[in-house]
Design a protein around this ligand. Sequence first.
Ligand SMILES: Nc1ncnc2c1ncn2[C@@H]1O[C@H](COP(=O)(O)OP(=O)(O)O)[C@@H](O)[C@H]1O
Ligand SMILES: [Mg+2]
Length: 229
Amino acid sequence: MRGLFVTGTDTGVGKTVLAAAIAAALRGDGVAVATLKPIMTGLDEPAPAQWPHDHELLARVAGRQPGEVAPRTFGPAVSPHLAAELSGTPVSSESIEESVREAATCAEVLVVEGVGGLLVPLSDDYDVRALARALGMPLVIAARPGLGTINHTLLTLESARLAGLKVAGVVLTPWPRDPGTIEESNRETIARLGAVEVASLARVERAEPELLRRAGRSLPIARWLDGAR
Ligand SMILES: Nc1ncnc2c1ncn2[C@@H]1O[C@H](COP(=O)(O)OP(=O)(O)O)[C@@H](O)[C@H]1O
Ligand SMILES: [Mg+2]
């Protein structure tokens, strides 16, 4: 399965924006790209100002339907294992992994957005890291540019490598137009201590595919994919 698994150091760190920018850039280059959010929670909550819900944005950039992008959705904005428990429909690893494989059949490249961070439970004995491992896709890690990101990003890298996951790169997002000493130092420090390539994604003003494509073009997507071969 050729693709990328976009995870993050936390929830709300820019995974969806990053996954959408990657997909928009690939599509702009004529690549048949599919996007997938295998489990989605929080549909009861309004989407943040200016940004649609994850599955709507991921659908928009790949020319898919939101229902195709997110085959399993839950209303409450809680951890997926709890959302599934509350709904009375537990998540099974087989059904989740099958939905990812199915999405991959219609695309040259599949961009999967994880849920929260790597150790978020999907059920009592299954988590996001186990899903990423089963899929065998390289990880791209979305992280904040500012204070606190070194610890969160190094923890995520350690957790990924402990499970044998291949890390394609880290992306600091949204990268300020005029980065200061903290951001520049964070980028260099994460690259050095984490032994990882660190890229950045500029702030995208609106949820428009063209703006996402322009921002995504600066990411080393081909290298991430080729390095994964
Ligand atoms: N490159 C970016 N451009 C614009 N906004 C960003 C960017 N990266 C992160 N954000 C902001 O962070 C918020 C959370 O991003 P999102 O992609 O939804 O995170 P996650 O998927 O990790 O929960 C967005 O609503 C947006 O305000
Ligand atoms: Mg998201």
